[in-house]
Each structure stands twice: as structure tokens, then as C-alpha cells.
Design a protein around this ligand. Structure first.
Ligand code: S3P
Length: 419
């Protein structure tokens, strides 16, 4: 069983944006509760290479912003490691700079598509080259003057949307981006507080270029995508009760809470408040013996896309079928998550059918344990560490190194909570 109180680590998406926006704004600021995970540290390293003075001290970061046009030609190739958010958002910023840059990353980034960003940036006048017509790294960007864009997003992606919003800051006139389904909106919230001229009207985002952005101190709320592993652990382990403090509860991120409630899970939001334009609260989660299957599809998918691996583990403990569809974006995450979830869950004794755009999990099944492959995907590693808590025999991971990408200290925390 899991019991205790957790002070949650900072949100990955917001930590990335905090570094990027602070770097291209005027003035100095402090970022508190920054996530010192490998992905966010890749963002820090890239902006340092472009001449930004960034000092890390425990969970605090001090940035000396250089302004919208103050970045310098990188001292070296920009290496984003495993981080999709770093590469895609940074491409938007690099498109507007007066210099040329090259971006690389690790093996997983090497398989992730970038044309979704390269193509609209090209239509703004940016010169981008790279493997397979700039779909894959290495990507070379010759930045410069950009035109504005009026873009209807073909997929729902906060990374693509954010890249285009950031490039629009450097446009010749006002740009508009139309979303199909609402994706996380941290870029819009933070930009507004930094003085950007950005107007959000439901699914339409209008950006007017400004001369400068201005730094403000930022407090990064806890990451609901990291909390998700502890939440599911508490829901499925008999006798559990966990209070998770300081969780970011932005509407565009809390799909997992809606799903848990539909599945009969016992989760309560206590003490909700707002910090830096983001909703934050404490979550109280208790063991839930009467979980039922549900259907997860359409508009809710972007609101829980990163939580699908751990929701799938949860679904093995729910009576009836859980159907996940409209989620083909899972195929282009840190691993092909449809395959990595389905194969591994079946290996440890669940009954899961693979779909083209999701999966069907047939519950409730007693998990047996076994050897699983993480494909160096942090969310797969953590999902199966949670599955291990309720398995008859051990769930053995090929490696748990990837966990440091987004949740350093996860294993110790799980041990501390396990009674
Ligand atoms: C992220 C957006 C999502 C998410 C990723 C982080 C972000 O990706 O899966 O882990 O910080 O903007 P997409 O926008 O590509 O769906």
C-alpha cells in the first residue's frame, strides 16, 4: 500500500517554457520549483550555448534574459537529448534569429517527426533543412525575418502550436493559429504575463509581434503527469491513502482526473488556488476497489496524452473493457507507446488488444509480472514500476535510467510511500 504526503516536483512543460521565455525576455528573473530532470536540463544547456546566463541552484533557476533579439550564434551544435519539447519549441524561436543553427538529439528524437514544425515555419519564410526534407534530425535552421502565419493545425499538438506562437513573435504582422482540439496552453499563459500581445479566443490564438517581452519571477506548479504514477499507485494498492501537494491543475492537463472519476476512482481536489496564471491544488487519493472500465477518445485525448501508459495500467484493475482510441499520436512519443504499452502489459499477464489508434484493455486481471522492455521511455519505465506494486511476481525493467528524464527521485519516493 502507498501512504503519505508528497511535495510534487515541478511541471516539465512549464519548466521548459520558463527557461525559453525567460531567455528571450528583458531583465533578470527567478524560476522556483524548476524541474531538474534531464529534459529540462537539455533546454538549459541549449540556451546557455546561445549566450544566456542561467544559474541553477537546487530547485531555483536564475536567468539573465537577453531580450527577443539578444540570443547569440550557438557556440556549438544544439543537442536536445531526449526532449521533444526542447526541439520543437526551440525551432520556433530559432526561426526568428539572425543566425544559423543545427539541432541534434538522441536515438529516440532521431525517430520523431519534425515536419509538423518545419513545414509551417517554412511557410513563414524560414530556411530549414534536415534529414528527409527536415522531418528528422539533424535539423539546420537559417533564421531571419519571418512573415506572419494564418495556420489551421492538422493535429492537436501543444509543441507545434507553441513553436508557431514563438515564431509569430518575430513575424512581420499579426499571426493567427487555429487549433482543432485544445492542447495545453502554458505558452499562452506565460507569454501573456511577460507582456506579449496574445489573444486567445477558444480555439484561435492571435499573436501581434511586440518589441520586447519582460521577465517576471515564475513559480512552477507540480507536474500532474508525474503525479499520475503516484495517483494510480494509490488507486490500485489496497489500503492506500496519498496526499499529493501542489499539483498543477490547468484544465488542459487534468483529463486523467475526469477519467478516474468516470472509472469510480476515489480522488479529491483540496485547496485549489492560482499561481502565475496556473491553477494549483492538492490531491487526495485513496484505494479504489470498485473501478470500472470506460471509453477514452476524441477531445479528451490531448488533455491526458502523456498519462495513457499509466491509465492503461489502471484499466487492468477495472471491471470490463477500457477502450482508448483517437490516440495515434502515441506512436510518435518517446517510444511507440501503443506497442510498448500493449506488448508489455500482455507480457505481465494483462489482456490488451492493440488498435490502430489505441487499445482495448480487458479487466479485471491479476498481473503476474515478468520482464518488460522500456525502450528508454521514462513514462513506460514508471508505469511498469507501478504495475510491479500489485504483481504476483516482480515486474523487471530492462533499465530504469530513463526515469531521470522527467522524475528524478521517483524510485526512492515510491519506496518511501510503500508501507
Ligand atoms: C508537450 C506537449 C505534448 C506532450 C509532451 C509535452 C509540451 O506533446 O506529449 O510530453 O510540453 O508542449 P504534443 O504537443 O506533441 O502532443
Amino acid at each position: 500500500m502507498l501512504r503519505g504526503t508528497v511535495e510534487l516536483i515541478g511541471d516539465k512543460s512549464i519548466s521548459h517554457r520558463a527557461i525559453m521565455l525567460s531567455s528571450i525576455s528583458k531583465g533578470n528573473n527567478k524560476i522556483s520549483n524548476f524541474l531538474m530532470g534531464e529534459d529540462c536540463l537539455s533546454t538549459v544547456a541549449c540556451f546557455k550555448k546561445m549566450g544566456v546566463d542561467i544559474e541553477l541552484n537546487n530547485k531555483e533557476v536564475f536567468v539573465k534574459g537577453v531580450g527577443l533579439r539578444g540570443l547569440k550564434t550557438p557556440s556549438d551544435i544544439l543537442d536536445v537529448g531526449n526532449s521533444g519539447t526542447t526541439i520543437r519549441l526551440m525551432m520556433g524561436i530559432l526561426a526568428g534569429q539572425n543566425f544559423e543553427s543545427t539541432i541534434i538529439g538522441d536515438e529516440s528524437i532521431g525517430k520523431r517527426p519534425m515536419k509538423r514544425v518545419s513545414n509551417p515555419l517554412r511557410s513563414m519564410g524560414c530556411d530549414i533543412a534536415g534529414k528527409d526534407d527536415a522531418n528528422y534530425i539533424p535539423i539546420n535552421i537559417k533564421g531571419g525575418k519571418l512573415n506572419h502565419i494564418d495556420y489551421h493545425m492538422p493535429i492537436s499538438s501543444a509543441q507545434v502550436k507553441s513553436a508557431l506562437i514563438l515564431a509569430s513573435l518575430y513575424g512581420n504582422e499579426s499571426s493567427i493559429i487555429h487549433e482543432k482540439v485544445k492542447s495545453r496552453n502554458h505558452t499562452e499563459i506565460m507569454l501573456k504575463s511577460f507582456g506579449a500581445d496574445i489573444e486567445v479566443n477558444n480555439l484561435d490564438i492571435k499573436i501581434n509581434p511586440v518589441e520586447e517581452l519582460f521577465n517576471k519571477d515564475i513559480y512552477v506548479p507540480g507536474d500532474i503527469s508525474s503525479a499520475a504514477f503516484l495517483i494510480v499507485g494509490a488507486l490500485i494498492c489496497e489500503g492506500s491513502e496519498v496526499l499529493i501537494k501542489n499539483v498543477g491543475l490547468n484544465e488542459t492537463r487534468v483529463g486523467i482526473i475526469d477519467v478516474i472519476r468516470k472509472m469510480n476512482g476515489n480522488i479529491e481536489v483540496v485547496e485549489e488556488h492560482e499561481i502565475c496564471g496556473e491553477k494549483v491544488g492538492n490531491l487526495l487519493v485513496r484505494y479504489s476497489p470498485n473501478l470500472i472500465g470506460t471509453t477514452i477518445d476524441k477531445e479528451i485525448i490531448p488533455r491526458l496524452i502523456d498519462e495513457i501508459p499509466i491509465i492503461a495500467v489502471l484499466a487492468t484493475q477495472a471491471d470490463g473493457d477500457t477502450i482508448i482510441k483517437d490516440a495515434s499520436e502515441l506512436k510518435v512519443k518517446e517510444s511507440n507507446r501503443i506497442k510498448s504499452i500493449v506488448e508489455n502489459l500482455n507480457t505481465i499477464g494483462a489482456n490488451v488488444i492493440e488498435l490502430e489508434d489505441g487499445m482495448i484493455i480487458k479487466g479485471k486481471r491479476k498481473l503476474q509480472g515478468g520482464k518488460i522492455l522500456t525502450y528508454s521511455d521514462h513514462r513506460i519505465a514508471m508505469s511498469f514500476s507501478v504495475a510491479n506494486l500489485i504483481s504476483e511476481n516482480k515486474v523487471l525493467l530492462d533499465s530504469d535510467k530513463s526515469i531521470d528524464i522527467s522524475f528524478p527521485g521517483f524510485n526512492n519516493l515510491l519506496k518511501e510511500l510503500s508501507k
